[in-house]
Design a protein around this ligand. Structure first.
Ligand code: SAH
Length: 343
């Protein structure tokens, strides 16, 4: 079966031409798919015979919203989607004053093993296809009725561990005949997979790169983020500097504040030293308590922020949305999995 939705209009045309279709069909089908039709039969400007042929040869499995939770606090919506093969992923829709932002997953599970994160506890099951990445945006918009203007790749999974699909997704979601979401409205977050950062730098895309730093010193970082043993933090900062030189884009460093682990003044000083030479933005995240993890939220968030600012860095504290529906970073999917197990 052909995964038509993972294709660009040009590729769709190449798929359809051997079926005797004219070149403009590619764009027609692309537009329909990006509008979120749930069957080929809805593509009313296509000949019936073609609709039937596509239904036989191509997959079109829209994700099923098996659970939808709306926060009473701020309207944040969390979706649990069931994919064609029965696996589940989550997306979160957040309403900010600058527009509606959807946080999407890049893999079913994650194999990065960060000690404080709930998404990685059961490991990685598989990568998502470009279509499955895209569907999270299309169907979140369709179901909620809220137009989406921003995307963050900060849900379950490591985008750099599925970079081919992610890059294809970016091309699709950015396409003028589709959702047409500008690169400057997209953020991609990585735990620090250096080859991925370099590949992205070479492409010179105008998206925002977020690096989940969580500790500026190798000893602490290796303890909480196994990825640091493969890609040490010193090399990671070198890659960040290369990225800035190539793209001119400011990197955002994510920093979940953990009590007694990464919240000391000397660590703020070391962040400043390592960022020096490029504009850096440090986004301090109050740690979300994950039941299975031994880490506790730091009480030094404000002090740490001040210390960074003394060094001339921009430091913000992330506002937490959807706290009543477990929609916060690192908390996705776990509960749903537990509940499924209990069934
Ligand atoms: N794998 C990518 C994308 C996940 S983004 C990455 O690591 O960047 C999710 C963000 O939430 C990451 O910055 C991650 O480190 C952070 N996070 C994970 N668990 C968390 C927790 N318990 N509290 C706060 N932030 C957490």
């Amino acid at each position: 079966m052909t995964d038509l939705k993972s294709q660009t209009p040009e590729e769709m045309t190449r798929t359809l031409m051997p079926m005797g279709e004219p070149a403009f069909r590619g764009k027609q089908v692309f537009t329909w798919l990006h509008r979120g039709v749930s069957s080929f039969d809805e593509m009313t400007n296509l000949p019936k015979s073609l609709r039937e042929k596509l239904a036989e040869t191509c997959v079109l499995t829209p994700p099923k919203a098996v659970c939808k939770q709306v926060s009473k606090l701020d309207g944040t919506i969390k979706y649990l989607w069931e994919l064609g093969d029965g696996n589940c992923i989550e997306s979160v829709l957040m309403q900010y004053h600058h527009g509606n932002t959807v946080c999407i997953s890049s893999q079913v599970g994650c194999r990065m093993g960060c000690a404080f994160c709930a998404s990685t506890i059961a490991g990685k099951v598989r990568d998502l296809s470009p279509a499955e990445l895209l569907d999270q945006v299309i169907y979140t918009q369709k179901d909620s009725g809220l137009p989406i203007s921003n995307i963050v790749l900060m849900g379950i999974g490591e985008p750099m561990d599925n970079l081919d699909s992610v890059l294809k997704f970016l091309e699709l979601v950015n396409h003028p005949d589709g959702l047409n979401i500008g690169m400057r409205h997209i953020s991609l977050s990585t735990c620090g997979v250096i080859p991925g950062i370099d590949r992205l730098a070479d492409l010179g895309l105008q998206l925002t790169l977020s690096v989940s730093l969580h500790a500026p010193d190798g000893e602490t970082r290796s303890k909480i983020m196994p990825v640091n043993r493969a890609y040490p933090v010193e090399d990671l900062f070198a890659a960040c500097h290369r990225y800035f030189e190539k793209t001119g884009r400011r990197i955002s460093f994510e920093y979940a504040m953990i009590d007694g682990v990464n919240d000391r003044d000397w660590q703020a000083d070391l962040i400043a030293e390592r960022v020096r030479g490029m504009p850096g933005h440090v986004n301090l995240i109050p740690l979300n308590d994950v039941v299975e993890s031994p880490f506790k939220p730091s009480k030094r968030v404000a002090a740490f922020q001040k210390r960074l600012e003394v060094h001339g860095l921009t430091a913000t504290v992330r506002r937490s949305l959807g706290g009543d529906i477990d929609a916060s970073c690192g908390q996705l999917r776990r509960k749903a999995m537990e509940e499924q197990k209990g069934k």
